[in-house]
Ligand binder design. Sequence first.
Ligand code: TRP
Ligand code: SF4
Length: 344
Amino acid sequence: MTATDTSPRSGRKRLLSGMRPTGSSHLGHLVGAYRNWVAMQDEFDAFYCIVDWHALTTDYKDTSDLRASTLEIATDWLAVGLDPKRCTLFVQSQVPEHAELHLLLSMVVPLGWLERVPTYKELIKELKEKDLHTYGFLGYPVLQAADILMYDAAVVPVGEDQKPHVELTREIARRFNQFYGDVVTEPAVRLTPSPRLPGTDGRKMSKSYGNVIGVAEDEGSVRGKLRTMMTDPARKRLRDPGDPAKCPVFDLHRIFSDDETRNWAAEGCRTAGIGCIQCKNALADHLVAEIAPIGERRREYEKRPDDVRDVLAAGRREASEAARATMERVRAAVRLPIASSGSP
Ligand code: TRP
Ligand code: SF4
């Protein structure tokens, strides 16, 4: 830190998180990541990375949508309120040092550690249509470790499903340091709350199920989807009482409505005092209040894709500066040639 560095970010703990560019974001992303990311951008020196190389580990066959998806998710990030003045938004492949660190880490990572990652064998089975018996897919967590260790991240906010990857990053960091001295920083996991977020058919909200509500969806479309959303099947008629615990609409009340509305809905459901349409309308009011401003901002950014590209270009410069410094340190520790000496 120099005397002229008065940025409020300079004294804060470093934070890094990442997301694959999978197309437009839905409420699952909002609740599982963005709400927390936006809140944390003022508490930490936050770096948020669009991990396009990670997308390639499973979708290497057809990459035709990759660039569009990257721009799309960047637009979503700005729309939900990530502010490039307060945090760094960048694309993984634009900082090629990630590949170099991935390579060096890969030298010390025992195969067994990677084969034991819970999602590894599961995903190979689950995504049968994709051939994931590749070197790149096995190395997925090593690439993630490189993302994290590159920025000396103290804190990595992720959902429960990603916890094993961050734990593995900690083990990789320890092992790397055993060989080469104290050169990388062991990060801490920060679990982001992951409440159950059902889609319109009651299953987990997921693009592959076609049951999503988008973060920037317009009001008419949101209300339309809620109107046909699945409810407690016991409530066939208005006079049939229901059980909120069995209703996916109520799960959304838990996340988007205030206490008063939620209690009113629960009570009205159990006593058949309200109808499902009424219940859904009240939910829609709260949900729309949260996402309408996101939609408005998104439509503004959509008109100016070059502004979004500029944000990523600035993020690339900020990330590259940090990455270059880390790699000089790492190369020196591994006894590889370093840039400042020009030759081995
Ligand atoms: N593996 C993460 C996911 O699928 C994405 C990711 C890549 C990530 N690199 C990261 C998350 C670094 C946190 C930190 O969601
Ligand atoms: Fe679900 Fe509300 Fe209908 Fe009860 S009243 S079944 S909580 S939609």
